[in-house]
Design a protein around this ligand. Structure first.
Ligand SMILES: O=C[C@H](O)[C@H](O)[C@H](O)COP(=O)(O)O
Length: 232
């Protein structure tokens, strides 16, 4: 089974949690897109759902495939969000934001009663930090913000490079018009402490540590899909 087939397997297992009439948060990334494709087939077959996309990219795919969309302001309380992740540990702590959608993803996940993560086995880690942590920052004062993050990391015993995310057109900008610093801290033994500390820096808009948001992770490997942890 190749990586795409594993993503499809995880997405298909997540689809079983979707019920008629649900208000759904719809994630971003290659795994979430497999979910959108399967969801669109169900919608074409008569399933009634309303989706809130976590990025412009996901919104475009949903529109193209006929998945009905609303904004989060129209549907501020959601039943379920299904989204991918860059890393997941045994406590269902996540690193997200590899596709730059972390801010909207976190807002949508927080507005949802449940969040199901879909991923292949390569995303499962013992300790978060193998994948560089995306930190979304405001462009105003970006140098001061970078220095503040470096100082904070050092206080927490973390070190590593902060790299400005780039795109083909220059500096990468999120859907909200912000920048992303990818922080290669290496192992993050206390993700809660780092998350809280980052939240105290004014120029940090959001970071990719998702803690206490996922209810369940569906992890697909060559032998099939398995479920990790359940918060509710
Ligand atoms: O910003 C993007 C998201 O957090 C994605 O859900 C994450 O990067 C995983 O993406 P993929 O399924 O493509 O590995």
């Amino acid at each position: 089974m190749d990586a795409r087939e594993m993503k499809i397997k995880a997405a298909a297992a997540a689809l079983e949690h979707v019920e008629d009439g649900m208000r759904l948060g719809i994630g971003t990334g290659s795994t979430a897109e497999e979910f959108v494709r399967l969801l669109a087939e169900k919608v074409a077959g008569g399933l009634k759902v309303e989706g809130v996309p976590t990025s412009e990219r996901t919104a475009r795919l949903c529109v193209e495939l006929g998945v009905p969309l609303k904004s989060l302001d129209e549907l501020p309380e959601l039943d379920l969000t299904i989204d991918g992740a860059d890393e997941v540990d045994a406590g269902l702590r996540l690193v997200k934001g590899g596709g730059g959608a972390l801010l909207r993803e976190k807002i949508v996940a927080a507005a949802s009663s449940r969040m199901i993560v879909i991923a292949d086995e390569s995303k499962v880690v013992d300790v978060l930090g193998r994948f560089p942590l995306p930190i979304e920052i405001n462009s105003f004062g970006q140098v001061a913000t970078r220095i503040a993050i470096e100082k904070l990391a050092s206080r927490l015993g973390l070190s590593g490079e902060l790299r400005m995310r780039m795109s083909d057109d220059g500096v990468f900008a999120t859907d909200g018009g912000h920048l992303i610093l990818d922080a290669s801290f290496g192992r993050i033994p206390d993700a809660e402490a780092l998350a809280s500390a980052l939240n105290t820096i004014p120029g940090v808009v959001e970071h990719g540590l998702f803690i206490n948001l996922a209810s369940l992770a569906i992890i697909a490997g060559p032998a099939g899909a398995r479920v990790m942890g359940a918060k509710n």
